[in-house]
Design a protein around this ligand. Structure first.
Ligand code: FEO
Length: 386
């Protein structure tokens, strides 16, 4: 439970959530952290807090540096309760602290906690002197809530980026060079795909604003602090925000009696024949939040369901609803599936993929169990169109 020095007199004092495996529907197999940062200056400042049940842990870390009642300023970059959940308890301890937040932050915090706090509202371009250092605020609305803002400390070249650049990783390590980079990037990719993806245009604007700043350290609100690999994560964010994809196909399906599964593998053969890399994602064994990690880099999104009760399987429906909400763009879709008599499933899948504004390949529909020749035809026909 030790604080971690980020730079002289700037400490990470967050909470490590080793146990969390579900983050509003997102599977967090590696747990998470909620990062709060303590700046020891003439005005002692805490940037963000932690989920309510890690309040004691955060306070234990702060107390090793300073008596928490001496905190002068609290900055709330984001209302969502993984970062604001400890505010009510903290405000009772840090009785004299002034609370700074964005205009929508004020509205959001009032609506969440219904407390009679005095709010100091800051906007883009406003600056707050902490003493030797200062914080400049930049509102980043819809990255990913209306209230989001980031705080930049020019004297130390630190960007406190809140959710942006975060990853759900619980670890004792605090910095990007202390864990293998592929793990950190993979979790940042999953985070982007499941939390930030709908807001690519806003992320591009925020990246543009950030490009004018000298940044040596990015302190996000989840996971590891970026200090050595900033160019690597910025490069990925530019791609993800621009909906840039690779020549890859993700083939997502569920099956009742393996007929749709057989079609899925015939579809895979076609992509393989064209030298296009594939990922097979059965909804029986892969969580929808992990499939989104594939969707974010794949040009081809192929979705299969058999017909059940004149519709699609609930697992496929859940995935499509989730993906549509996250709004990936510039993809090519393919609907496929088997059926017994009424055969609505492929049409239902196709309509949803079209509503995502995907360019569509010709759908594939086979009655009952596909034979070897049927499957070969699926592969051959798809090869023609790729
Ligand atoms: Fe990590 Fe939007 O909260």
């Amino acid at each position: 439970m030790k604080p971690v020095l980020v730079k002289d007199n700037i400490y990470w004092v967050g909470g490590i959530d080793w146990e969390v495996r579900d983050f509003h529907g997102y599977k967090t197999q590696r747990g998470s952290t909620y990062n709060a940062y303590l700046v020891m200056d003439e005005n002692i400042t805490l940037i963000d807090t932690v989920k309510h049940y890690l309040f004691v842990e955060m306070m234990a870390r702060i107390s090793q540096v300073v008596d928490p009642s001496k905190i002068d300023y609290i900055i709330s970059n984001h209302v969502e309760m993984d970062h604001s959940g400890s505010l009510p308890e903290l405000m009772k301890v840090a009785k004299n602290a002034r609370l700074y937040t964005s205009p929508n932050g004020e509205k959001g915090l009032k609506a969440h906690f219904h407390k009679d706090w005095e709010f100091n509202v800051v906007k883009s371009g406003d600056s707050l002197s902490l003493g030797k250092r200062s914080l400049s605020f930049v509102q980043t609305p819809m990255v990913h809530w209306p209230d989001n803002m980031v705080s930049y400390m020019p004297e130390e070249k630190i960007l406190f980026s809140n959710d942006a650049f975060g990853q759900h990783i619980a670890s004792s390590e605090r910095f990007d060079d202390q864990l293998p980079l592929d793990i950190v990037i993979e979790e940042a990719q999953k985070y982007y795909a499941n939390i930030v993806l709908p807001y690519g245009a806003q992320v591009q604007k925020a990246l543009e604003a950030a490009s004018g700043l000298e940044i040596e350290t990015i302190c996000p609100s989840h996971g590891l602090i970026w200090r050595s690999k900033i160019p690597a994560i910025l490069k990925e964010y530019v791609k993800w925000a621009g909906n840039e994809t690779q020549e890859k196909a993700v083939i997502i399906y569920d099956s009742m009696w393996d007929s749709t599964k057989k079609i899925a593998y015939a579809v895979q053969s076609a992509f393989e024949s064209k030298g296009i890399s594939t990922q097979m994602r059965s909804l029986k064994s892969t969580h929808i939040s992990d499939i989104m990690t594939d969707v974010i880099t794949s040009k081809y999104i192929c979705v299969g369901s058999p017909t059940l009760n004149n519709g699609i399987l609930p697992s496929v429906s859940a995935f499509l609803t989730y993906m549509k909400g996250l709004s990936p763009k510039n993809r090519v879709g393919l609907a496929f599936g088997s059926y017994g008599w009424s055969g609505e499933s492929v049409g239902v899948v196709e309509e949803i993929l079209k509503s995502c504004k995907f360019e569509m390949l010709d759908n594939i529909k086979i009655r009952y169990v596909p034979g070897e020749q049927d499957l070969q035809e699926v592969t051959d026909q798809l090869i023609q169109t790729l």
